[in-house]
Design a protein around this ligand. Structure first.
Ligand SMILES: [Fe+2]
Length: 249
């Protein structure tokens, strides 16, 4: 499996608190069947986690990569960021002040939970017009998508990738995210599922339970598409595959 959304970089957001914790998270990922993991620290959250690309971020990422290699954890690490949507986003992308996923045109985009859908449409369109491909982080957790799940259909057919969280689908964020995650999967709107892991044991990098759940509920082909095929396409900048999106009645 490939996990494209994790907070495994130590000490820079609300994810891993230390290098030791990061290594624990990577080891758990590897043991649970993940062979490639993208570190996506929060970025561009004003006054909270800015974490813009630069020497400091690169040096921390290299430290993590060499610590993982030294600990012989069999997982490949890639770079990314969970970039919070503000008016500044288009400029940040073009000036390369944020990391896209594995240096491709794909980038992981986070919205405020109560964002105005028109602002989402504006930012998504603007980033696409600049040649970038947004992957929307956990759409099922946003109140505006829970209130109007047809937005998920609109985003999908507009060419944006929808990344659902493991915890939402497994019911760990409550009924709203669970119901919305189910709708997104049942309507063929999901590009991939990721852990969005923050800790070794809670909101963790462990993925075996998710793989088993998907295989049981949706079959092997859909499971492979969401946990391996599309994430691999994102990492290499290729187009996403999917089933025909089903409109809401
Ligand atoms: Fe996240």
């Amino acid at each position: 499996m490939i996990d494209i959304h994790t907070h495994v970089m130590p000490g820079i957001d609300d994810g891993s608190e230390s290098m030791d914790m990061s290594l624990q998270m990577l080891a758990i990922a590897a043991e649970s069947g993940v062979h490639t993991i993208v570190a996506t620290p929060h970025c561009n959250i004003p006054d909270e986690y800015e974490n813009y690309a630069g020497d400091e971020m690169m040096s921390l990422w290299r430290q993590l990569e060499s610590a993982a290699a030294e600990a012989q954890i069999p997982v490949k690490l890639c770079r990314g960021m969970e970039i919070f949507a503000t008016e500044a986003l288009p400029e940040l992308l073009t000036e390369r002040r944020v990391w896209t996923i594995n240096d491709t045109k794909y980038f992981l985009l986070e919205f405020s939970f109560g964002e105005d859908p028109d602002f989402c449409r504006y930012i998504l369109r603007k980033a696409s017009d600049l040649g970038f491909r947004p992957i929307i982080a956990h759409p099922e957790r946003y109140f505006f998508v829970q209130d109007d799940p047809e937005l998920a259909y609109e985003f999908c057919v507009s060419g944006y990738g929808l990344q659902v969280n493991k915890g939402s689908l497994m019911g760990r964020f409550g009924p709203g995210p669970k119901r919305t995650a189910d709708l997104i999967l049942d309507h063929g709107l999901c590009a991939c599922i990721a852990s969005d892991a923050h800790r070794p044991y809670e909101r963790s990098t462990f993925m075996t339970d998710l793989r088993d759940y998907l295989e049981e509920e949706y079959g092997e082909a859909y499971m492979r598409l969401l946990l391996e095929e599309n994430p691999a396409r994102i990492l290499s900048g290729r187009d996403l595959l999917g089933f025909e999106p089903i409109p809401f009645r």
